[in-house]
Design a protein around this ligand. Structure first.
Ligand SMILES: [Zn+2]
Length: 144
């Protein structure tokens, strides 16, 4: 007696576009800078100059990654006073990153270490509670 097979009985075939969509999605988040951005803003939104300080990367490069993550609907912007902060729009994405890390043998502590605050030498208001209230990342980088 053959086993009941839902795919045969209901004539369900997997949509061939699904794996392509998933592949594109994993490629989108599968870059070191993007993974770290997602982890940095996991618990608290961050401004560009904080990301710049913690990632030790240039603002132009970070902005490109932020734009890609925003376009994909994973990251959103929030205005706080004169600063723009980047926040997770889809917190569920962290489950993907954390599960991937777990499978890859990376500890939760190691992931958390990527996002520890305050960051030494970071000029942002979160790392420097007493900073000038007019501080903005744009003022720090008038050209950027
Ligand atoms: Zn900071």
């Amino acid at each position: 007696m053959p086993q009941y097979n839902i795919f045969v009985e209901t004539n369900v075939s997997p949509n061939p576009a699904f794996e392509e969509t998933l592949s594109k999605f994993l490629q989108l988040i599968g870059q070191p800078t993007r993974i770290q951005i997602l982890l940095v803003i996991a618990d608290e939104p961050a401004c560009v100059c904080h990301l710049e300080a913690i990632l030790k990367a240039r603002q132009a490069g970070i902005s490109q990654h932020l734009m890609a993550l925003r376009k994909a609907g994973l990251v959103e912007t929030r205005r706080d006073g004169r600063n723009i902060f980047y926040a997770l729009a889809q917190p569920g994405i962290l489950d993907v990153v954390r599960q991937a890390a777990h499978v890859a043998g990376i500890s939760g502590e190691a992931l958390a270490a990527l996002a520890v605050r305050p960051v030494p030498d970071c000029p942002c208001p979160q790392c420097n509670p007493g900073v000038d209230p007019d501080f903005t990342c744009q003022k720090l980088h008038p050209a950027g």
